[in-house]
Design a protein around this ligand. Structure first.
Ligand code: NAD
Length: 282
C-alpha cells in the first residue's frame, strides 16, 4: 500500500472478524426462540461464546441452541417473573461458571390509538418490555458485579424508542423506557467495566414471529397498503432503501458484546434502520 493508506489498511485488518472472538464468554439472550434472538444466538455462538437461550417458548428456546451441544443451554421462563429470571441466571452460572454478555431482547408488538389502548394493553407492553428489561438487568448486574470482570449488557429496543410509533404509544413509551434504563445502567456499571448499550432496529419483517401473525395485516391497514407491499414500504422510508434482517441486528449486538470492537463504548445507541430521517414514523 502507499504509505498514506497504511493507517486505514491497518484499521481494516484490526476490524476483520477473528475466529473465537468471544471464546470463553457466556452470553444469555432473552427471547432466544424469536427471529432476532435466534440470529443473535447464532452470531455470538459463531464467535465462540457459550449461549443461553431464555424464552417463554420452551421448545423454541431449545431449538435455538440445539446446534451448539455443550456450549448451549435453554431455559424456559417469563421475563416478567422475578423468580424465573433469577433461575435462568442461576442455571447459566451453574452450567458455564458465569455470565459475561446479557442481551435483553424478549418482546412483543402492539398498536392502537391512544383512545383505544386498554389498560391491559398498556400494562402488558410495560411489563414485558420496560419491566422485563429491568428484571433481567438487575439479575445481570448482581452476577456481573459479583464476578468483577466487567461485562456487556445489550438492549434490543426499537426505532420507536426515539421517534413516535404510529398508533403505538404503549409500545413506543415502553421502548423509550428501555433506552433510558440502559443509559442509567451504563452510569451505574461504568466503575466496574460493565458496559450497557442499545440497538434500535427499524422493522425486521423476515424471520420475526411478530410479522408472521396478524400484525402484518394490521400494520398494512394502518398504512392503507396490502400486506405484500409492506416490505417495499419499509425499504422506501429509509435513506439507504434497504430491508433490515435479523442478522443485521445480530451483527450490531456482536459489536457491543465484543470488548475488542466496543470496549470503550457505553450508554451508546446503534440505530440499525437504514437511516430513518423523520422524527415521526411514516
Ligand atoms: P419474535 O416474536 O420473533 O421474538 C420475540 C420472542 O420473545 C419470542 O420468542 C417470544 O416467545 C419471546 N417472549 C415474548 N414475551 C416474553 C416473555 N414475557 N418472557 C420471555 N420471552 C418472551 O420477535 P422479534 O422480531 O425477534 O423481536 C425481538 C425484539 O426486537 C423485541 O424486543 C422487539 O420489540 C424488537 N424489535 C423488533 C422489530 C421487528 O420489526 N421485528 C423492530 C424493532 C424492535
Amino acid at each position: 500500500f502507499a504509505i498514506e493508506y497504511w493507517p486505514l489498511e491497518l484499521y481494516k485488518l484490526a476490524q476483520a472478524p477473528k475466529p473465537g472472538e468471544l471464546q470463553g464468554k457466556v452470553a444469555l439472550v432473552t427471547g432466544g426462540a424469536g427471529g432476532i434472538g435466534r440470529a443473535i444466538i447464532d452470531t455470538l455462538a459463531s464467535a465462540g461464546a457459550c449461549v443461553v437461550s431464555f424464552d417463554l417458548d420452551a421448545d423454541g428456546a431449545a431449538e435455538a441452541v440445539a446446534a451448539y451441544g455443550d456450549r448451549g443451554l435453554s431455559v424456559a421462563g417469563d421475563v416478567t417473573s422475578e423468580e424465573a429470571v433469577a433461575a435462568a441466571f442461576r442455571a447459566a452460572v451453574e452450567a458455564f461458571g458465569g455470565v459475561d454478555i446479557v442481551v435483553s431482547n424478549a418482546g412483543i408488538a402492539s398498536s392502537s390509538s391512544i383512545e383505544e389502548t386498554t389498560l391491559a394493553e398498556w400494562n402488558r407492553n410495560h411489563a414485558i418490555l420496560s419491566t422485563g428489561y429491568f428484571l433481567v438487568s438487575r439479575e445481570a448486574f448482581k452476577v456481573l458485579k459479583a464476578q468483577d470482570t466487567g461485562g456487556s449488557v445489550v438492549f434490543i429496543a426499537s426505532k420507536n424508542s426515539l421517534v413516535a410509533g404510529k398508533n403505538a404509544a404503549a409500545y413506543s413509551s415502553a421502548k423509550a423506557a428501555e433506552l433510558h434504563l440502559a443509559r442509567c445502567l451504563a452510569e451505574e456499571g461504568g466503575a466496574q467495566g460493565i458496559r450497557v448499550n442499545t440497538v434500535n432496529p427499524d422493522a425486521v419483517l423476515q424471520g420475526s414471529k411478530i410479522w408472521g401473525s396478524s400484525w402484518r395485516e394490521e400494520r398494512a391497514a394502518a398504512y392503507n397498503l396490502d400486506p405484500e407491499q409492506l416490505d417495499e414500504h419499509y425499504r422506501q422510508r429509509n435513506t439507504l432503501k434497504v430491508s433490515i434482517y435479523p442478522g443485521d441486528i445480530a451483527e450490531a449486538v456482536l459489536h457491543f458484546a465484543s470488548e475488542r470492537r466496543s470496549g470503550k463504548s457505553t450508554g451508546n445507541i446503534l440505530n440499525v434502520d437504514g437511516g430513518v430521517p423523520a422524527a415521526y414514523s411514516r
